[in-house]
Design a protein around this ligand. Structure first.
Ligand code: AQP
Length: 346
């Protein structure tokens, strides 16, 4: 792949973009891997643009009324997690048409061979690859458009999205190379903290996911205190107590996962968690983890409930955010069309 000049991003205003699919209940994985970090970026005073990627959600079937509810609920989760719609731009993707339009243009830049290497498509399509939507296959080119239509330079994501952000860099580099321009930046994936990959509570080799058929595999942001405590109590672990040193978590994915979750929720390092709980059994650690999770998540679910009581207000916030997003995205789309030689005479 053609590389971009090392200093390409210096030409662009530092800008964060990220998104979440409104494809179900948001999970603790979405919170720790994404939402919590989105709020931190906003609070660092960087320009932040956050999107409910409904065009991505429909790459698998969504019941229309459920999609609306999930989109509002995801917006409520963003706000309840600290995203302030006056300081960040918060909107749903389908209200800004530049995403879909640039998505098409970037479909024509991306190569089929690159798409074939995307592990998330292989995971999601499984043995069913002939029957899934074409959109699911093209998803990474739309994600590249989501990021590049804002000339975003930073993309906070969980570990599972790293490959997609790298593909975005490849698409940007190929576009710049093919047209002899330095038009698109080379967005950096920001994958930080103790919980960049929160695992399923039922299987330490699988990512915690909102679309996992087992509700016991995840903590939903809307779960009540009893449900959270029960899910952690029943979380699959090996029988050994927590090790005395962090190296002792080697080969113990379930134990490592629970330690990482504790660390991310408490704002500690996994080392410090082991310093506090090393040698303790699950009978001590799981209730402590459940208490911590309830303390951190209860205010979020209460606030989500309050916001969800007024769906019209959520729609108004998303509409206002979409207008602000459009004002950035549309000129970048139009410049892209110019660069590619499309006549603009209307
Ligand atoms: N388990 C996780 N640990 C850390 N980060 C995670 N993210 C998702 N799951 C975890 C991060 O959340 C952001 C939004 O992800 P998404 O909803 O757009 O899609 P996804 O990555 O495919 O998440 P899910 O929950 O698995 O959704 P479904 O089940 O609908 O496919 C991303 O930054 C992601 O890294």
């Amino acid at each position: 792949m053609t590389d971009q000049p090392a200093d390409i991003n210096a030409k662009f205003t530092p800008r964060v973009f990220s998104g979440i699919q409104p494809s179900g209940n948001l999970t603790l994985g979405n919170y720790l891997g994404a939402l919590k970090r989105f709020a931190e970026k906003q609070d660092q005073g960087i320009e932040t643009i956050y999107c409910l990627v409904d065009l991505h959600a429909v790459t698998v079937w969504q019941e229309p009324e459920a999609l609306k509810r999930q989109t509002r609920e995801a917006a409520a989760a963003f706000i309840a997690s600290g995203i302030d719609p006056d300081r960040s731009i918060l909107f749903n993707q389908s209200q800004v048409s530049a995403h879909a339009e640039l998505g098409w243009l970037l479909n024509c830049v991306a190569r089929v061979g690159w798409m074939n290497r995307m592990t998330q498509f292989k995971d999601k399509a499984g043995k069913n690859a002939e029957k899934v939507s074409l959109g699911l296959y093209a998803y990474p080119a739309l994600m590249a458009a989501d990021i590049l239509t804002y000339h975003a330079t930073m993309v906070p994501v969980g570990e599972d999205q790293k490959q997609h952000v790298e593909l975005t860099r490849d698409i940007a580099a190929k576009f710049n190379h093919d047209y002899g321009v330095e038009f698109f930046p080379s967005p950096a994936p920001l994958i930080e903290g103790a919980a960049t990959r929160v695992m399923s509570l039922r299987d330490g080799s699988k990512k915690m996911s909102k679309s996992d058929p087992s509700d016991a595999s995840r903590i939903n942001l809307t779960d009540d205190a009893d449900t959270i405590a029960k899910k952690f109590r029943k979380a699959v672990t090996d029988p050994a107590p927590l090790p005395e040193a962090i190296e002792g978590l080697e080969g113990r994915p379930e134990a490592r996962n629970l330690v990482n979750i504790y660390a991310a929720l408490a704002g500690m390092t996994p080392d410090a968690v082991i310093g506090e709980y090393g040698g303790q059994g699950w009978g001590v650690f799981k209730p402590a983890l459940a208490d911590l999770a309830v303390a951190k998540l209860a205010p979020i679910s209460t606030e989500m409930g309050r916001l969800m009581a007024d769906p019209a207000e959520i729609d108004r916030i998303l509409g206002k955010g979409a207008a602000k997003a459009d004002a950035i995205a549309q000129p970048i789309l139009e410049q892209t069309l110019d660069i590619m030689g499309m006549i603009r005479s209307r």
